[in-house]
Write a protein that binds this ligand. Structure first.
Ligand code: MBD
Ligand code: FE
Length: 281
């Protein structure tokens, strides 16, 4: 057999693959899977690629478990699922930060405000936030058609006090396409197709571990029944409405707007520092 160079024949990866094989074959025996059923199942996986749902199906069912496992062994803010719609290389924005958006972009104005600190509570200046979200229709640029390439995707940096403010719009809940393979599986399971409204962010700084977060809006629909089962207490933040004349004047706005605040904590890129919790091996 041709084993790729650099791969140990007794690697943990090999053990896991063998275990996965055992588990799936036991499943097939238990359920007396016929060839017809086997073919239908592989066709679902083939269709995810054909229909542009490359990782949607797997992310909906399994990604949250991987972040839960990771979060048991890390310092700092909890990580969240990345989901299938991250695109690297979003525009670097200039302060004051405003998400790239179309003229007359629909949706209520939202200021995403927060800080980035280390595990000792010290602010981190020049930490990068790479933020992406759905538009008011619940669609993501670069994924769904007819939306400008980088719409509602952008990178910004914390200031000298570790603070940031990003002006954007409030996203709605996200609905998984009903007609694709992921939707067909959800239909068989009798589940709804929604994720609660959320903002995605990746945080980066050379001295800290990169992390992937996702912020949900307190009181929002589907928080208790996320189709991806990915909502966690530490990721839900309060959405505040501001409609006083004084507030509107201060922001130069004519319509009520919202704010959401989240304070990120980054873990050092080198763990095992004396006195800090270390990553279990
Ligand atoms: C999303 O927007 C998302 O974040 C995930 C995890 C799955 C589907 C759509
Ligand atoms: Fe998303």
């Amino acid at each position: 057999m041709n084993i790729p160079s650099g791969t140990s024949t007794n690697s943990p990866t090999r053990e896991m693959l063998e275990d996965l094989e055992r588990v799936l074959i036991a499943f097939m025996r238990k359920h007396r899977i016929t060839h017809e059923q086997y073919r239908a199942a592989t066709q679902i996986l083939v269709d995810t690629i054909k229909d542009g749902e490359e990782s949607l199906l797997y992310d909906v069912f399994f990604e949250a478990e991987s972040t839960d496992i990771g979060n048991r062994y890390r310092d700092g803010s909890p990580e969240a699922i990345e989901g299938p719609f991250y695109v690297p290389g979003a525009p670097e924005l200039k302060a004051p930060y405003v998400m790239p958006m179309r003229a007359g972009e629909r949706g209520d104005v939202l200021f995403f405000i927060g800080t980035v600190k280390d595990t000792n509570g010290k602010p981190i200046a020049a930490a990068e936030l790479d933020v992406w979200q759905a538009d008011a229709e619940g669609l993501y640029a670069n994924i769904h058609p007819n939306i400008p390439l980088w719409n509602l995707r952008g990178r910004l940096k914390t200031d000298g006090n570790g603070e940031f403010t990003l002006r954007t719009i409030v996203p709605p809940p996200y609905e998984i396409p009903k007609n694709g393979p992921t939707g067909r599986v959800l239909k068989i399971l009798g589940r709804h197709y929604y994720r609660p409204a959320h903002l995605h962010a990746k945080l980066r700084h050379p001295q800290f571990k990169e992390m992937t977060s996702q912020i949900y809006f307190m009181g929002g629909q589907y928080l208790d029944s996320d189709v991806a089962n990915a909502v966690r207490d530490g990721l839900v933040a309060e959405l505040k409405l501001h409609d006083s004349a004084a507030n509107l004047n201060a922001r130069g706005l004519s319509k009520p707007y919202f704010t959401i605040r989240y304070d990120f904590v980054l873990a050092p890129s080198v763990p095992n520092v004396v006195g800090q919790r270390t990553v279990a091996q």
